[in-house]
Write a protein that binds this ligand. Structure first.
Ligand SMILES: Nc1nc2c(c(=O)[nH]1)N[C@H]1C(S)=C(S)[C@@H](COP(=O)(O)OP(=O)(O)OC[C@H]3O[C@@H](n4cnc5c(=O)[nH]c(N)nc54)[C@H](O)[C@@H]3O)O[C@H]1N2
Ligand SMILES: Nc1nc2c(c(=O)[nH]1)N[C@H]1C(S)=C(S)[C@@H](COP(=O)(O)OP(=O)(O)OC[C@H]3O[C@@H](n4cnc5c(=O)[nH]c(N)nc54)[C@H](O)[C@@H]3O)O[C@H]1N2
Ligand SMILES: [Mo]
Length: 758
C-alpha cells in the first residue's frame, strides 16, 4: 500500500478545528515529504517581518505575530514546497505523457519539485531536457509568428508583485491584453460588484477591525480549511461576545468550534471555543433571499419604532434606498423561505442581531462569488451593510477573504484583461510604446478561444489552468490543439500533460527559497486581503541549482520575444528587484510611494482604499443600493430531479494541489470520489450509504458531462443541494455556466442529476 493510500473511512468528525488533529495532520505530511530541519526552521520565519510570506492563502500578516504565525495548511504548503522529492530529466525518460495523464493530481505533485527546463518531444511523447537559453530562443521565435491578440498570458495568484508587474508589461509590450488570472475564477465578482456598488474593488477593513466589531455576518467561506489563521481573530471575537452569524449550506467545523493549537489550556484539556452564535444552512444560491429576509425585518422594525436604520448615512452617502426598501417591505415571507431554505424565524433572528449591532463586518468567500448571479449576492450584502452605515467606520466593513497569497496584488500591478484597470497611458509614457487598448480575454473567454480554435498559444505563470477551469471533457483535447504551450511551474500538474504542438515546462524557484542575483539575495513583495503590502525573503536552499527565479524567466522570455527597448532594463531588473519596485512606484506613485523602504514595515503598508473613508468612486459618487431582479443566485430553473451541486475544497488540498486524502473536518478519509447527499434526499432517491452513483450535468447541450463512480456519503445539507470535490467534478460545469458580468465560473451551484447504476 502506498503511503497516501488509506482505508476509506467516512465518519462524522467530532473534534474542533485546529487542536491535536491539525498537529497530527502536519506531522504526517512532514514525514511524507521527508522535509528536514531546514523546513522546521523556515516555519518559524513564516509570516513574520523579515521572514517569508506564506505561499498558501492571502490572510493578513499581523505586525505583532504569534511565535508560530502559521496554520496547519500554511505549514503543509511550506512542506510541499520544501519537499526532498525531485522530478529530474530521468523521471521524464521513464514516463510518457500519455502514461502520466493516468496519474492522479496527488501523484503528479507528490513526485516532487521540477528541476530542469524541458521541451516536449512529440515522437517519444516525453519531455526532454533543454538548455534555458535554447528554450527562451525557441519560444520567442514562435511567439513572433503569432497574432498577439490570440496569445494568452495566464497567471495564478502566487507570483510576487515584481514578477506580476514584469509579466503584465511583457504581455502588453508584445501586444496582448489577454491576461486572465486565477482571480477570474475567484474574487472577480468582488472586483466588479464592490467596485460598482461602493467604488472600491477590494475589502474595506483592516485586520484590527476584528478587535472593534460587535457582529460578523459570515457568508460562504470556510476558514477552518482555507484561511485557518483567521480562526485566531474569530476565536478572540467569540470570546469577546461578538455575535457571529453564519450562512453556509454545510456545517463547516471551523465556524462551529476551534481549539487553538497555540493555547496550552485548550490543547491539554481538549477544550475549544464555540464560534458561530447562529448557523443558518442556507440553500446554495439562497443568500439573496436570506438577506432580503433580514432586510425586511430590519426595515419594518425601523418603520414601526424607528431608531434602527442609519438614516443620516443613507441620506448623505447612498442612492436608491427607497427602491430597495420598498422591495423588502413587499417581499413575501413564503417566497423568501422557499428560496433561502431558511425559516422566517431564522431570518428574523439574524435581523435582530443586525439591528442591535453597531459595528458589523461582512465576511464572504466563494459561496457568494461563484454563482451565476454572484454579483447580486454581493449587492445584497452591500444593501444590508448600507442600512446601518456599516462601512467606513472602525469595526465595520467588507471582508472578502481572498484566495492565493498575492492574487489581489497581481491586479494592483497590471495583470488584468480590462484596459480601464491598467494605467495604459502611464505605460506608454514610461516605456515609450503603444499598449493594446482593446479588452483582452478573461478565463471564460480564454477557454472559449481555446475551445473554438481561435487562440494560438498559451503561456502560464504558475497555476494549473487546464485543471482549474470548467468543462474538462470539452477543454482537454482543445488545449492540445494549441500551437504553443509554455508553463512556468514548481511542480508537475495536469496542465503540463496536455501539450500543444510545441510545449515547454520551465521550473522556477519557490518563494521560500533563496533567490540569489547579481546584486545579492533578493526579496519580493505581495499584497494580502487587507490591501497591505510587505516584503518576503526566501532563505531555504533552492530545490536545484538549475532553477531560475520567476523574474528571470519572465525576463528571459521577454528578451527573446520583443525587440530591444532601452527603457525596459530586463537584465538590470533581474539583477536587483529593488529596481522593479522603483518602476512599480513610478507607474503607481500614490499606492507605492517609497516602496523599497516601506515594504519592511511590520504588518506591511496600506495601499489605500477609498471606501474605507467613505469616498465613493462609483458612477453616482455615492454608495449604491441595488434592487435584485431575482431571489436566487443559481441562474437556472428548478426542475424535477435537478439538484444544485456545490464543488468544494477538502481540508487536504490547495486548489488543484492535493496534499492527501483526508478531509478531516468532514470525516471523509481515503477517497475524494464522493458525493455528499442529505439523508432525506437519499431516502427519496432510494440511495444507500456508500452506494456508487454518477452525476450528470443537467443542462441541455449536445455534450454529455458526467462523473461516474462517486460514493454516496450521507451529509447534513439543505434539500436539493449536493456537495463534491473540485477539481474532480469540474468536468460537470459547462464553460457557459458562469457569473454574469464578472464571468467567474459558477462552481457553487451546478445543475446536476444523480444517476443510479443500471
Ligand atoms: N488550504 C487551502 N487554503 C486555501 C485554498 C485551498 O484550496 N486550500 N484555496 C485558496 C483560494 S484560491 C481561495 S479562492 C480560497 C477559497 O476559500 P473559500 O471561499 O472558503 O472557498 P470554498 O472552500 O470553495 O467554499 C466556500 C464555502 O462556501 C459555502 N457555500 C457554497 N455555496 C454557498 C452558497 O450559495 N451560499 C453560502 N452562503 N455559502 C455557500 C461552502 O459550503 C464552503 O464552506 O481559499 C484559499 N485558501
Ligand atoms: N469547480 C471549481 N473550480 C474552481 C474553484 C472551485 O471552487 N470549484 N476555485 C477556483 C479558484 S478560487 C481558483 S483561485 C482556481 C485556482 O487555479 P490555479 O491558481 O491555476 O491553480 P493552483 O491549483 O493553485 O495551481 C497549482 C500549481 O501552481 C504551481 N505553483 C505552485 N507554486 C508556484 C510558484 O511559486 N511559482 C510558479 N510558477 N508555480 C507555482 C504548481 O506547479 C502547482 O501545480 O481554481 C478555480 N476553479
Ligand atoms: Mo481562488
Amino acid at each position: 500500500m502506498r503511503d497516501d493510500e488509506q482505508q476509506v473511512t467516512i465518519e462524522p468528525y467530532t473534534g474542533p478545528s485546529g487542536g491535536w488533529g491539525s498537529m497530527k495532520s502536519l506531522a504526517e505530511i512532514g514525514a511524507r515529504e521527508n522535509v528536514g530541519a531546514e523546513a522546521v526552521r523556515e516555519l518559524t520565519r513564516q509570516n513574520k517581518p523579515e521572514g517569508f510570506m506564506c505561499v498558501s492563502c492571502a490572510w493578513g500578516k499581523p505586525g505583532h505575530p504569534h511565535v508560530a504565525e502559521f496554520c496547519e495548511n500554511g505549514a503543509k504548503a511550506t512542506a510541499w514546497e520544501l519537499t526532498s522529492h525531485r522530478i529530474t530529466p530521468d523521471f521524464f525518460r521513464e514516463h510518457t505523457l500519455t502514461e502520466l495523464r493516468g496519474w492522479r493530481d496527488y501523484d503528479l505533485e507528490q513526485a516532487g519539485r521540477l528541476t530542469h527546463p524541458m521541451r516536449y518531444d512529440r515522437n517519444t511523447d516525453k519531455y526532454v531536457a533543454v538548455p534555458w537559453e535554447e528554450a527562451f530562443r525557441e519560444i520567442g521565435a514562435k511567439l513572433k509568428l503569432y497574432d498577439p491578440t490570440k496569445v494568452i498570458f495566464y497567471a495564478s495568484g502566487r507570483a510576487s508583485l515584481e514578477t506580476s508587474y514584469m509579466w503584465a508589461l511583457y504581455a502588453r509590450l508584445y501586444g496582448s491584453q489577454n491576461l486572465p488570472d486565477s482571480s477570474n475564477m475567484c474574487h472577480e465578482t468582488t472586483s466588479v460588484g464592490l467596485k460598482k456598488a461602493i467604488g472600491s474593488p477590494v475589502g474595506t477593513i483592516h485586520l484590527d477591525d476584528y478587535d472593534h466589531c460587535d457582529a460578523i455576518f459570515y457568508f460562504g467561506q470556510n476558514p477552518g480549511t482555507n484561511s485557518p489563521r483567521f480562526l485566531h481573530p474569530l476565536r478572540s471575537c467569540a470570546k469577546r461576545g461578538v455575535e457571529i452569524i453564519v450562512f453556509n449550506p454545510l456545517k463547516e467545523r471551523g465556524l462551529e468550534r476551534f481549539a487553538d493549537p497555540q493555547n496550552p489550556v485548550e490543547m491539554t484539556t481538549g477544550g475549544s471555543t464555540p464560534i458561530a452564535t447562529q448557523y443558518h444552512q442556507v440553500k446554495a444560491g439562497g443568500d439573496i433571499a436570506a438577506i432580503m429576509g433580514i432586510m425586511k425585518f430590519v426595515i419594518e422594525r425601523d418603520d414601526e419604532r424607528g431608531g434602527v436604520l442609519d438614516h443620516d448615512f443613507i441620506r448623505d452617502h447612498t442612492v436608491r434606498f427607497e427602491e430597495v426598501a420598498a422591495m423588502a417591505r413587499a417581499a413575501d415571507w413564503a417566497d423568501l423561505e422557499r428560496e433561502s431554505g431558511l425559516k422566517r424565524q431564522a431570518m428574523e433572528a439574524a435581523g435582530a442581531v443586525y439591528a442591535r449591532s453597531k459595528r458589523v463586518i461582512a465576511v464572504y468567500g466563494m459561496g457568494i462569488t461563484q454563482h451565476v448571479r454572484g454579483i447580486l449576492n454581493l449587492e445584497m450584502i452591500v444593501n444590508l451593510m448600507l442600512l446601518r452605515g456599516n462601512v467606513g467606520k472602525p469595526g465595520a466593513g467588507f471582508g472578502p477573504v481572498r484566495g492565493h497569497s498575492n492574487v489581489q496584488g497581481q491586479r494592483t500591478v497590471g495583470i488584468t484583461e480590462k484596459p480601464e484597470l491598467a494605467p495604459l497611458d502611464k505605460y506608454a509614457e514610461q516605456y515609450g510604446f503603444e499598449p493594446p487598448r482593446q479588452e483582452g480575454w478573461d478565463t471564460v473567454k480564454a477557454c472559449e478561444a481555446v475551445r473554438d480554435g481561435v487562440a494560438q498559444a498559451f503561456i502560464q505563470l504558475g497555476g494549473n489552468f487546464f485543471r482549474a477551469v470548467p468543462d474538462h471533457g470539452v477543454m482537454e483535447p482543445r488545449f492540445q490543439a494549441l500551437d504553443l504551450t509554455v508553463h512556468v511551474a514548481t511542480k508537475l500538474n495536469r496542465s503540463h500533460l496536455l501539450p500543444g504542438k510545441v510545449s515547454y515546462l520551465l521550473p522556477c524557484l519557490g518563494r521560500i527559497e533563496q533567490d540569489m542575483q547579481a546584486s545579492g539575495p533578493q526579496a519580493v513583495t505581495m499584497e494580502d486581503s487587507f490591501s497591505r503590502i510587505y516584503g518576503s525573503r526566501g532563505k531555504a536552499t533552492p530545490a536545484a541549482d538549475t532553477l531560475l527565479s520567476e523574474p528571470a524567466i519572465v525576463a528571459g522570455l521577454a528578451k527573446a520575444t520583443l525587440p530591444h527597448n532601452p527603457k525596459v532594463p530586463w537584465d538590470e531588473w533581474v539583477g536587483d528587484y529593488g529596481l522593479v519596485r522603483d518602476a512599480i512606484e513610478e507607474t503607481y506613485p500614490e499606492m507605492f510611494e517609497r516602496f523599497n523602504e516601506r515594504m519592511w514595515m511590520p504588518g506591511g503598508f496600506w495601499k489605500g482604499v477609498a471606501a474605507t473613508h467613505r469616498e465613493w468612486k462609483t458612477e453616482s459618487g455615492r454608495a449604491e443600493f441595488n434592487a435584485p431582479d431575482v431571489l436566487n443566485a443559481t441562474g437556472f430553473e428548478e426542475a424535477d430531479g435537478r439538484m444544485r451541486l456545490i464543488t468544494l475544497r477538502s481540508n487536504d488540498q490547495f486548489n488543484t494541489t492535493i496534499y492527501g486524502y483526508h478531509d478531516r473536518f468532514r470525516g471523509i478519509k481515503g477517497t475524494r470520489d464522493v458525493v455528499m447527499v442529505n439523508p432525506a434526499e437519499m431516502e427519496r432517491l432510494g440511495l444507500a450509504d456508500g452506494e456508487e452513483v454518477s452525476l450528470v450535468c443537467d443542462v441541455e447541450t449536445d455534450v454529455s458531462r458526467r462523473v461516474d463512480g462517486l460514493r454516496v456519503v450521507p451529509y447534513d445539507l439543505p434539500d436539493g443541494c449536493l456537495g463534491a470535490y473540485y477539481p474532480e467534478c469540474n468536468v460537470l460545469i459547462p464553460v457557459s455556466h458562469h457569473a454574469r458580468e464578472s464571468f467567474v465560473p459558477a462552481a457553487k451551484s451546478v445543475p446536476v442529476r444523480i444517476e443510479k447504476r443500471a
